[in-house]
Design a protein around this ligand. Structure first.
Ligand SMILES: C[S@@+](CC[C@H](N)C(=O)[O-])C[C@H]1O[C@@H](n2cnc3c(N)ncnc32)[C@H](O)[C@@H]1O
Length: 343
């Protein structure tokens, strides 16, 4: 479209769009203020003035008021005529004790680990890889083990992010009536617990790092006696003898090389009848489109991964001695990609 045929109104709208988008980073910055100062928690018992909120949260009243007004333009908090701020639904999900809490997710997505490499996306595009290693000591999965607080935030945010998806995902696949499900790098175990709850004849093994396993959430009245944890490194060796191996949100944040290394370790643990289920997005043949495209850019900016197509997944699996057998939808934007040993 040339500017000669573009109306002044269209140009004005385009300019406003670009101006807003170029300052879009202020929104996550403001969400971080609310999450870190626990503003939503302070409003749980009713509306408060900025001065009252500032006193309870140890912040500066005028600056806080201006940030909350900004968030109110997105229906995160509401200001009344007396200048008091109220909770809204969007503000409530920032509470740490909300059943589907977004607090850890906001804190992770606006943490230096995400923020700084994302702010240097231009360098990533020149380089063809995340600049995480220029900001920190190595790429993200080399850095995390050296920082206990960062690891805790990462693992907790991943667990919170999945709360709404686990039930739908566990129902999207017909698990066998008996046998063992090994959730590889399963984090705090929410997915494995959902699978065990729906399939009372199954046993489960949750694999992750020791410090993550120490905080697992596998136990409830339906799973007692049917689970165990196993510390293992998915680049080295995994528990053998599983009937089903799960990899959820693992392959998409890895480079092709690391993904093949992990898939190879899984294949070595599998028997002829085992199945591997990969829970990740499967991009359409031309590459990812729609809202999920943000996840693909995140995988490039902060990680070394990508949201892959069926053809790309097939190739990775084949390099690891596995073959893709089918892809099933789930209620979320992720799919279940089932693989078995290649002939
Ligand atoms: C992106 S999280 C995904 C967790 C979980 N599958 C989910 O969907 O919420 C990645 C997980 O991999 C674990 N992890 C990282 N490196 C690992 C390794 N070398 N061996 C085993 N687990 C590892 C982390 O501790 C973390 O729990």
């Amino acid at each position: 479209m040339s500017t000669a045929t573009t109306s002044p109104a269209e140009i004005g709208a385009a300019v406003r769009q670009i101006l807003g988008d170029a300052l879009g980073y202020l929104l996550p910055a403001a969400l971080r203020v609310a999450a870190s100062a626990r503003i939503a928690e302070h409003l749980s018992d009713g509306p408060l003035t900025p001065e009252q909120l500032a006193e309870r949260s140890g912040t500066h009243a005028d600056h806080l008021r201006r940030v909350l007004r900004f968030l109110a333009t997105r229906d995160v908090f509401r200001e009344d005529e007396e200048g008091r701020f109220h909770l809204t639904t969007a503000a409530s999900v920032l509470k740490a004790d909300f059943p589907v809490s977004m607090r850890n997710i906001v804190l992770l997505f606006t943490d230096d680990m995400y923020w700084k490499p994302a702010g240097r996306l231009d360098e990533s595009v020149l380089r063809g890889n995340s600049v995480f290693d220029k900001v920190f000591d190595g790429q993200i999965f080399e850095h995390l083990p050296s920082d206990a607080d960062a690891t805790r935030l990462f693992v907790d945010a991943m667990a919170d992010m999945s709360v709404l998806e686990h039930d739908g995902m566990a129902e999207s696949y017909e698990f066998p009536e008996s046998g063992t499900v090994v959730d590889v790098a399963g984090g705090l175990g929410g997915m494995l617990r959902a699978v065990l709850t729906r399939n009372p004849g199954l046993r489960g093994v949750l694999v992750d790092r020791a410090e993550v396993l120490a905080r697992h959430r596998l136990e409830d009245e339906t799973t007692t006696g049917r689970w165990e944890t196993a510390e293992a490194d998915f680049f080295k060796e995994l528990p053998a003898g599983g009937d089903i191996y799960l990899l959820k949100r693992i392959i998409h944040d890895k480079s092709d090389e690391d993904a093949v290394r992990i898939l190879t370790t899984v294949r070595e643990a599998m028997s002829a009848s085992s199945k591997l289920l990969i829970f990740d997005l499967v991009a359409p043949p031309g590459g990812i489109q729609g809202p999920s495209i943000m996840s693909d850019v995140l995988m490039m900016a902060v990680f070394e991964g990508k949201e892959r197509t069926e053809a790309e997944l097939t190739e990775l699996l084949s390099k690891a001695g596995l073959k893709l057998s089918r892809i099933l939808p789930t209620p979320s934007n992720m799919s279940v990609t089932e693989a078995v040993l290649a002939d």
